[in-house]
Ligand binder design. Structure first.
Ligand SMILES: Cc1cc2nc3c(=O)[nH]c(=O)nc-3n(C[C@H](O)[C@H](O)[C@H](O)COP(=O)(O)OP(=O)(O)OC[C@H]3O[C@@H](n4cnc5c(N)ncnc54)[C@H](O)[C@@H]3O)c2cc1C
Length: 366
């Protein structure tokens, strides 16, 4: 495990068995991805003593992959427009988003001196087109604020301590904390460190889980008109979803990409997410790209491990949307993709992670 001096000091302070330090860490943040880094930044701003614990050697492995390494971190729209677009979780996340709207996220990165680029449709990126710039901005802020960061440090269990608070079990030692924020992400791209640990901790502590399904993922279509163009991207594509009676129920203009397995790109991803949320077992999808206009029935999505976002996770019925605190275990909080929340392409999922993380920390500081 890597620690620098202040990290090592804090790690020592919060080790189990040190009576005086049992409540030294007001907050242990499990997971150093989008939600965990944002939570640690908010905690630092509000002087909440916290420790950020990440299983991988570095923070933000998945963030580094976003938008093909360019990081579409939010969209320059109002909170109400965001909530109109975001989908089934809109009501549950409304308070978190209104308190941390996309434009506040933009302001936050500006205040960290990250030069930004706005696309004509409002999608926001770091100006240099590098997701690493966003991750470094968090890293620099947390180091400047002396937030202890434990990397290479997988959490293997979270237990309620007999005298209140929590014991956070890592592969190497145990930590004590008054509150725990679980920000361990979904289950896609497991190499980034998100493997469903947080959901397992939640289940062990009595929370219900909504089954995982892939969200924003390609559709398999073994058709020469597509596979012969594998690797080609068509920005002005379109996809329409029709129900069993042929009625158009979803229509999205955006990128369509041809792959060796079939179709991907924003228009296909958002259609797939719609189909999954609506639980459609009999549908057709019309896909437009180049001069093609192809219709398919009931295409199979690629597996969840390849998904941009995981549908399902910790049930929203077991978490209070006004605080992000568990309704089952006091002092236990959740943020980001570990929860059963998700949005479309366009910066919505990172914004959800940021806003829910902020909400949790603000609740913890009262
Ligand atoms: C290819 C791809 C492209 C994407 N592009 C975009 C985009 O452009 N815009 C957008 O808004 N969203 C995008 N997303 C989605 C977005 O990246 C996620 O929704 C977001 O990162 C979720 O944040 P999170 O903090 O909940 O989880 P993550 O960012 O996945 O972070 C979870 C962290 O927890 C750590 N962790 C897990 N278990 C443990 C444990 N037991 N102990 C310690 N640490 C643990 C993991 O290592 C990981 O670092 C993309 C996703 C993918 C896969």
């Amino acid at each position: 495990m890597k620690t620098n001096n202040h990290m090592a000091k804090t790690a020592d302070m919060v080790k189990r068995g040190d009576e005086g330090a049992v409540r030294a860490a007001k907050l242990a943040i499990v997971g150093g991805g989008a939600a965990g880094m944002f939570a640690a930044a908010v905690a630092a701003e509000r002087h909440v003593p916290c420790v950020l614990i990440e299983r991988k050697a570095r923070l933000g492995s998945k963030v580094l992959m976003t938008a093909n390494g360019r990081c579409n971190f939010t969209k320059d729209i109002s909170a109400e427009d965001f909530l109109r677009d975001v989908g089934p979780c809109a009501r549950w996340v409304a308070e978190a988003i209104r308190e941390c709207p996309p434009r506040q996220v933009i302001k936050g990165f500006k205040s960290l001196n990250v030069p930004l680029r706005r696309m004509p449709d409002g999608r926001m990126f770091p100006a240099d087109g590098k997701a690493a710039t966003i991750v470094h901005a968090f890293g620099d802020l947390l180091r400047d604020e002396s937030v202890p960061i434990l990397t290479n440090c997988p959490v293997v269990g979270i237990a309620v301590a007999p005298r209140g608070g929590f014991v956070v079990r890592t592969a190497n030692f145990d930590l004590s904390a008054e509150n725990v924020l679980v920000a361990t992400g979904g289950v896609s791209y497991p190499k980034t460190g998100s493997v469903g640990d947080g959901q397992n901790f939640a289940r062990a502590l009595g929370h219900r889980l909504v089954p995982y399904r892939p969200g924003l993922i390609g559709l398999e279509a073994n058709d020469r008109r597509i596979t012969s163009l594998a690797g080609r991207r068509f920005e002005d594509g379109r996809a329409k979803v029709m129900d069993a009676s042929g009625r158009v129920v979803f229509d999205y203009r955006g990128e369509v990409d041809c792959e060796s397995f079939g179709l991907s790109g924003a228009a296909v991803y958002n259609s797939q997410r719609f189909i999954e949320h609506e639980n459609m077992s009999d549908y057709s999808i019309e896909v437009w790209f180049a001069h093609e206009r192809l219709t398919f029935r009931n295409l199979r999505p690629r597996p969840v491990k390849e998904a941009i976002v995981t549908l399902g996770g910790v049930s929203l019925d077991d978490v209070n949307p006004h605080t992000m605190e568990s309704r089952k275990v006091k002092g236990l909080y959740f943020a980001g993709e570990v929860l059963d929340i998700d949005g479309p392409t366009g910066g919505y999922n990172l914004t959800l992670a940021f806003a829910t993380a902020r909400k949790a920390v603000v609740s913890i500081c009262g």
